[in-house]
Design a protein around this ligand. Structure first.
Ligand SMILES: Cc1ncc(COP(=O)(O)O)c(C=O)c1O
Length: 452
């Protein structure tokens, strides 16, 4: 047993020793900056070879949990193992969690006609599943997506269907990253992305954003920290709702052009219902780029399917990684998605969704203003940027974790504490329904009964 900062490290193999240190980090007994014993001292204490301890340290360094400071020894970084990530603050009763970016189920297309059409289509395989090796892209889905991607000015590149945006971002990242590498992210940013980076042992370099997207100076400073990739959201940013203005997109493109080898991943989650045009900066002839357009938000999170475009090298690596893991996106899901993209009723639902989300955003911002919750500019997506005083944030309008004292990028959890009646809704219950939240249990008001 060896002690540093009063924390006992045990174990007789590299895995046990690494696990003991990780446990100390998770429990908070080994805080950021805590120095570990030298390899030789710990090896002597534990009666193991220095190579065993060196291997344990190396595995934790690769995951970004430890850092070697030359003669300063080895110390604990500010990064927390995945299991130690602080859980999101609890959502107060009847408040609505906006951080997940969940679509309103009422504004998703009816899946039954699509399921019936797919069942008919199974005639060619006598209703049987496809086999290993039969997967890949469904040509009908790619054909439905290509004109949409071209209309947004994206480069002509082979499309790879992936299992949702996060799957696409992960596959693209894994073409370049190693544990301990750094990735540029927006701050505040999408909690799911921050969790993904942690699970891959990557460090997030936060770049401050405003209503028009990441700040060019902040991005320049972030690039100086030698990231291997950047994940950016051109519109409907989660959680702020920011969309890049064309002047900001030009500035960002110029900053990123200084590092053409950096993999720039554009995550465009709400493309199908976005009000703002796409200001794509991958088209500018970068060496490494990827663009991910998910359909989860418009077809439904249970149909997690997304299109990934990338430069030829990234594309080939993504294909190889996909082969080695999930293989392909289920053709049943791809058939459903292809049907829903072409179906007139589903298109009407998307048009209605775009209108209703826009209306709700406007009402939300007006109400925030009435409640004195900062300045709010109308931007895209289903999120809104509001500047809120700390006390309001603590009262539950929004919460940020880690706290503003942390140097890690913020994961905002915007919530509505006291939803107000919206257009046509005469009670708090129906106001919650209008915003897509589960209303509190109890008797429905006449207004909410009429609506359901
Ligand atoms: C910015 C952003 N990217 C990706 C996702 C997840 O998309 P998917 O479900 O397709 O993985 C979300 C979901 O909220 C999101 O807000």
């Amino acid at each position: 047993m060896s002690r540093t900062s009063d924390y006992p490290i045990r174990g007789d193999g590299a895995t046990d020793i690494a696990a003991a240190i990780e446990t100390g980090i998770v429990a908070g007994s080994l805080a950021a900056g805590a120095r570990l014993p030298t390899v030789r001292d710990l090896a002597t204490d534990l009666g193991v070879s220095p190579t065993t301890v060196a291997n344990a340290y190396r595995s934790l360094r690769e995951r970004g949990l430890l850092t070697a400071n030359g003669r300063g020894g080895t110390s604990v970084t500010a990064m927390r193992p995945r299991s130690a990530r602080r859980v999101a603050p609890p959502i107060p009763p009847h408040a609505l969690d906006l951080a997940r970016g969940n679509p309103d189920p009422q504004l998703l297309p009816d899946l039954r006609p699509a399921l019936a059409a797919v069942a008919d289509g199974l005639a060619s395989t006598a209703g049987r599943s496809r086999k290993y090796g039969d997967g890949g892209n469904l040509p009908a889905l790619v054909a439905a997506l290509e004109p949409r991607l071209a209309a947004d000015g994206l480069p002509i590149a082979p499309v790879t269907m992936v299992n949702g945006a996060l799957d696409g971002v992960e596959l693209a990242l894994r073409t370049v990253v190693h544990p301990g590498d750094s990735v540029v992210v927006e701050d505040p940013g999408y909690c799911g992305l921050l969790d993904l980076l942690e699970s891959l042992g990557l460090r997030a370099i936060p770049v401050a954003t405003d209503d028009e997207g990441p700040l060019p100076d902040a991005l320049t400073a972030a690039l100086a920290r030698r990231p291997v990739a950047a994940v950016l959201t051109p519109r409907a940013q989660n959680p702020t709702g920011a969309a890049w203005s064309s002047s900001r997109a030009t500035e960002l493109e110029a900053v990123l052009a200084t590092q053409p080898q950096l993999l720039v991943i554009e995550d465009d989650p709400l493309a199908e219902v976005a009000d703002e045009p796409l200001r794509d900066i991958t088209a500018a002839g970068r060496d490494r780029w990827a663009y991910v357009r998910t359909l989860s938000k418009t077809l439904g999170p249970d149909l997690r399917v997304a299109a990934l475009l990338a430069d030829p090298t990234t594309n080939a690596r993504v294909a190889a990684l996909q082969q080695a893991t999930t293989g392909w996106v289920s053709w049943l899901v791809q058939h459903l998605a292809a049907f829903l993209l072409d179906d007139a009723d589903a298109e009407r639902t998307r048009t209605e969704a775009r209108r209703r989300y826009g209306e709700r955003r406007t009402v939300f911002k007006e109400k925030l203003k009435e409640h004195g919750v900062g300045r709010c500019r109308p931007t895209g997506g289903r999120c809104a940027r509001a500047r809120s005083s700390g006390s309001r944030a603590r009262r539950g309008y929004a919460s940020r974790w880690p706290s503003s004292r942390s140097s890690r990028p913020a994961c905002w959890q915007p919530t509505l504490r006291q939803p107000w009646p919206l257009r046509g809704a005469t009670s708090r219950r129906s106001g919650l329904q209008e915003l897509g939240a589960d209303p509190p249990r109890g008797r429905a008001t006449p207004a909410s009964r009429r609506r359901s």
